[in-house]
Structure formats: structure tokens, C-alpha cells
Write a protein that binds this ligand. Structure first.
Ligand code: AMP
Length: 575
């Protein structure tokens, strides 16, 4: 650590003042975090802690152990990362082991969590390293030897480094088990126990999990001391408190979210909508791209002056803007009479926040639609929201380009109908009459429709948005069967190769075991993996063709459900 906790003359003004100047970060300031952390949060555009952060950070700062039930999307990474960064000792030399170890189920998550901790700890100069299988060990060894404050590791690779003496646990203040249930599902229970056994007695242990199966309770009983228990779905909604609105969700990879939202809005054509984002940056970027797509979108967030806010509100009131893109904080207390749609551009961080947001539509018997965009990994949070609100959120497919064309034609037809019923069209008669000498009236009408249609056309970008199932619990559903349960003998999707893995349901293999083995051992991420089919005695999994040989070699060198299995490209006789 090369940080200081007090005002640093080299950095200019008093950091605490910087934070005040950054606007609505008071929610975080109340959490008694170091100024350097508050500065990073302000720079990231976080306006207030999420419920899990509000509940978890204070006890973690006092050194308590914690057992938290929370899924991806709740802000749980910052909930454990901020306290462990807050605890980091100042100025240490290289001859120390890391002060915090975060165990995660997959390579993908190791990278993601490590990037998040790096972002939060940037101002403190925290050194963070992701350590996972499938990557050359030499580079990791060198980095570990140079001195690292926080290691984010998959359990197998952590044990490997411990065995080599390159990962020392004796200086650990904190151990975090993130997505612990997924680690158990992937067969890491023994590895986790072995790591915890070797961690110092007096350390703090934090366990986050979306579900709490019995084995987890056992681990918690053995390795956590009098933990604070936090369950983020706790605040049950009173039945009937959620207004009756149409609630839909779309599972969309992050890279396609803006394009998907554009299409959804085109099809829904809301009269007036509010789109909720997590951060100020997200608000500004999304408002910009929606304006580029022909919407009249205005941003509203805590970084804006009162005067700017009032200007935005005026535009909404006078209907010179039809979309408001906002953070929760900025939209608090806002009452928009004409609102027809609420859009969650990201899954809200807690069910309460969802209920609160969508409570803005469907009032007084008016039409209301609540749309939620979820990344594949956030599927569980959607399920939690459904459970807590006791209402179903239908998962729908993002409209296709054909759907868009059909919808646009429908809008043109409706506009023409309205014009026929309401407008005074007499002054155009002369145009039609002069043309009828030469053309059939139907042809004239067709040309007029084309002009009207084209005039309202806004290009979509036409990117192909992949139709992805959720990462968790969804892969079975596309496991190569059609609705009637028949085997689907399609060739693999374009650019993909189908691999045969010699273990199936009979050996207890589930889709997440295969995803875990592949992402843990190769450079692929969960999103790269295609359809998975689990039969009784074998499994079939689609991977990008170019990576197939790499995956085969890696899987042959590892175990799935504790045993070595045959892996090869699928032959026609595999089934
Ligand atoms: P997680 O549940 O930790 O995967 O976090 C979900 C997302 O929420 C990540 O993109 C975080 O950057 C973001 N996030 C976490 N805490 C906050 C906060 N207090 N305000 C806004 N965004 C947040």
C-alpha cells in the first residue's frame, strides 16, 4: 500500500472537501470510508450505497464476519470490497503476503471482481491481482512475489499457488467467498475448506451467496465467527402493494443493451418514459445514444445543478422531451403525470428499489409498463424480485428487425388513419387530381404512404442482437430439445463447434459444471459458450470453433465432478 489517509498536499485540496463538492455522495460519506475511497466512488458516478452496501459495510468496517445472501446486481462486490480496501495498511514493502483474498468460482468473475476492486482502490494505490487456472502461472508468480494487497482467485489456482509458496496466507486480514453457492456447485467445497483451514485464525471472513444450501451452512458454522447475517430480499412487499403493470424483461449481453433498448422503445412507442441507470456516466452516455437514435431524451442525475434540473423538468412538462434518463437519487420525489413506461436499464440493486421505480406507472388505472434489461448473469436477481413482489416478470425476446419493420408500418398506418379522420386534407386534392391523369389512385396512395413512412424512419443500427438465455438456470432450457421434447439435430450454431464430453446426468453433471470447467481452464467466458445438452451418459457443449482444440486440451487435463473424462469433437454417432 502506498496510500495516505489524511489530506495529501501533493493531491491539492482537502480530499474530504473534494467529496463534498462531488455532490450527492453523502450516502457513502455516512459509511465512514476513507476519503480516497469516497473520491473513487464519486469519480465512478455512484450516488448512494445500494441496500446491501448500506447494511454490510458498517459491520464489516468493525471487523465482524458476515454471511450475506445476495445475487449479482445488488452491488455486493463493492459491499465487501470497500471495507477490505478501507482496512488495507498504509505503505508496506513487498515482503508481505496479501491482506485480502477473494475466492470466486470462475476466471471471468475473478477478472471482473479484480477490476472492480482496482477501480475502488485506485486512489489508495491498492495492488490487486486476479489469479485463475488456464493462464500461464509464471506471470502470476512474478506478480505475487512483487507484492500484492488483494488477490482474487479461483480456489484451485489459489491452492496451487499456496502449494508453491507463492501465495502466503499469514498476513491475511480478510477472506471473502463470493458466489459461494456456485463454487460449491462446481465442486470446490474441499478446496475452500482447505484454504480456510490455512488462513490465520483472527482473520475476518465474509461469505456472499445467492442461495444457502446445507453444505454452505456447514462451512459458515465452521469458519465464520458469529457472523452478521444479511438477506437482501428480506423486505417482503405487502401483497397488492405493487401496482398492476405489465412487467417484462429482456436478457441482453451488456454490449447490446443500448441497441436492444432502442428496439424495445421503438416497438413500445411510449408516450412518456423514465429510464433508470445505475450511475451518472451511464445516464449521460445512454441519453446521448438515445438522442442519436431520434428520441428526445434528457438526463437527470445528482451531478446537475438545480437550474439544469429545472430546465429538464420543464421540457418534460411541456412534452418537448419524451424520455427521462435518470439515477434513482435524481428521480426521487419526481411525479410525472403522463408516465406510461418505466425502464430499468440495469436490474435494480434490490427488490424494494424495483417496486419503488415501477410504482411510478399504472396509477389511477392508467396504462403502465415496466421493462427490465438484465445481463445473463443478473437472471437470479430477477427471480428474487419476482419472489419478493410475488409477481411474474415475463422474459421476452428482443424485437427482431422484422418486428421493427412491422411495428413501424403499423405506426404509419395509425398516423394515416388519424389524419384521414381528423385533418382537413382538401388543400392536397389538387395534387392527387393532377396525378390521377397518369396514375392509378392506389399507386398514388402507395407513394404517399412510402413518403410518410420514410419521413418517420430512424435507422436502427441493425446490429444483430444475440438471443441469449440467462447464464444461471437457463442453459438446460436450450439444451437442444424443441418444445415437444424431441431431440434437435441441428448442426452447431455458426462459428461454433460441438464437443462431446464423456460424462452426463448419470455422473451428476449440470450445465454450470461444464461452464465452470471451461471458463476456469481456458480464456473463454460464460458468454462465449453456446448450447449445452446433458444426456444420461454424456454431454454436448458448443464452443467457438477457433477455441475448440484449446478447450479439448484443457478439459482433458482437468476433472469434471471429480473425475477425468473423455473430451473430443462430436462425431455423428455421439448421440
Ligand atoms: P455487483 O452486484 O457487485 O455485480 O454490482 C452490480 C453493478 O452495480 C456493477 O456494475 C457496479 O458497478 C454497480 N454498482 C455497485 N454499487 C453501486 C452504487 N452504489 N451505485 C451505482 N452503481 C453501483
Amino acid at each position: 500500500m502506498s496510500s495516505t489517509t489524511g489530506p495529501d498536499p501533493a493531491k491539492g485540496p482537502d480530499p474530504a472537501k473534494d467529496v463534498d463538492d462531488a455532490g450527492d455522495v453523502t450516502g457513502f460519506a455516512e459509511l465512514a470510508l476513507r476519503p480516497g475511497l469516497l473520491r473513487s466512488l464519486a469519480a465512478l458516478g455512484y450516488e448512494e450505497p445500494t441496500p446491501i452496501q448500506r447494511e454490510a459495510v458498517p459491520p464489516l468496517l468493525t471487523g465482524r464476519d458476515l454471511l450475506g445472501q445476495a445475487a449479482t446486481g445488488t452491488g455486493k462486490t463493492a459491499a465487501f470490497a470497500l471495507p477490505l480496501l478501507n482496512r488495507l495498511a498504509d505503505a508496506r514493502d513487498g515482503d508481505h503476503g496479501p491482506q485480502a483474498l477473494v475466492l470466486v468460482p470462475t476466471r471471468e468473475l475473478a477478472i471482473q471482481v479484480s477490476e472492480a476492486i482496482h477501480r475502488y482502490g485506485r486512489d489508495l494505490g491498492a495492488r490487486v491481482l486476479p489469479v485463475y487456472g488456464g493462464a500461464p502461472i509464471g506471470r502470476q508468480v512474478r506478480a505475487l512475489l512483487q507484492g500484492i494487497d488483494v488477490v482474487v482467485a479461483t480456489p484451485g489456482r489459489a491452492l496451487d499457488h499456496m502449494g508453491r509458496g507463492t501465495l502466503r496466507l499469514d498476513d491475511l486480514d480478510t477472506v471473502v467467498l463470493d458466489e459461494a453457492d456456485e463454487m460449491l456447485d462446481m465442486g470446490f467445497a474441499d478446496d475452500i475448506e482447505a484454504i480456510l483451514e490455512q488462513a490465520p485464525e483472527g482473520r475476518q471472513t465474509v461469505l456472499f451467496s445467492a442461495t444457502l444450501p446445507p453444505r454452505m451452512d456447514e462451512i459458515a458454522r465452521r469458519h465464520l465467527r458469529d457472523p452478521v447475517r444479511i438477506q437482501i430480499a428480506r423486505a417482503a412487499q405487502e401483497p397488492g402493494a405493487t401496482p398492476l403493470v405489465r412487467q417484462v424483461s429482456y436478457i441482453v449481453p451488456r454490449a447490446y443493451k443500448t441497441a436492444a433498448l432502442g428496439r424495445i422503445l421503438d416497438v413500445e412507442s411510449p408516450r412518456s418514459a423514465i429510464v433508470f441507470c445505475r450511475t451518472r456516466e451511464e445516464v449521460d452516455q445512454l441519453a446521448d445514444s438515445l438522442n442519436g437514435r431520434g428520441y428526445r431524451a434528457e438526463s437527470l442525475h445528482g451531478g446537475m445543478s438545480q437550474e439544469q434540473r429545472e430546465r429538464v423538468m420543464e421540457k418534460l412538462r411541456t412534452a418537448t422531451a419524451d424520455l427521462l434518463v435518470a439515477t434513482d437519487v435524481a428521480a426521487r420525489g419526481l411525479d410525472l403525470e403522463q408516465l406510461t413506461h418505466v425502464v430499468n436499464y440495469s436490474v435494480p440493486s434490490a427488490p424494494d428499489s424495483y417496486v419503488h421505480r415501477i410504482g411510478r406507472v399504472g396509477r389511477a388505472g392508467r396504462e403502465g409498463v415496466a421493462i427490465t434489461l438484465a445481463e445473463p448473469r443478473e437472471h437470479r436477481m430477477l427471480k428474487t424480485i419476482e419472489r419478493v413482489t410475488r409477481q411474474r416478470i415475463a422474459v421476452e425476446k428482443v424485437p427482431t428487425i422484422a418486428d421493427l419493420h412491422a411495428r413501424r408500418l403499423e405506426l404509419t398506418r395509425a398516423a394515416l388513419q388519424e389524419s384521414l379522420l381528423e385533418d382537413d386534407l382538401e388543400r392536397f386534392r389538387v395534387v392527387v387530381e393532377t396525378l390521377t391523369d397518369e396514375f392509378d389512385p392506389m399507386e398514388i396512395a402507395l407513394a404517399a404512404v412510402k413518403l410518410a413512412h420514410d419521413a418517420s424512419y430512424v435507422p436502427d443500427g441493425m446490429d444483430d442482437i444475440p438471443d441469449l438465455p440467462p447464464t444461471t438456470g437457463g442453459r438446460n432450457e436450450r439444451a437442444g430439445r424443441d418444445g415437444a421434447g424431441r431431440r434437435d439435430r441441428r448442426p452447431p450454431s455458426g462459428g461454433m463447434a460441438r464437443l462431446f464430453v464423456g460424462a452426463g446426468r448419470g455422473a451428476g453433471v449440470r450445465p454450470q459444471d461444464l461452464v465452470g470447467a471451461i471458463t476456469g481452464e481456458t480464456r473463454l467466458s460464460g458468454r462465449d459458450i453456446g448450447a449445452i445438452e446433458i444426456a444420461q451418459r454424456f454431454s454436448l457443449v458448443e464452443v467457438p470453433d477457433g477455441a475448440a482444440d484449446d478447450v479439448i486440451a484443457s478439459l482433458r487435463g482437468t476433472t469434471i465432478k471429480g473425475r477425468r473424462v473423455a473430451v473430443r469433437r462430436e462425431r455423428q454417432d455421439s448421440r
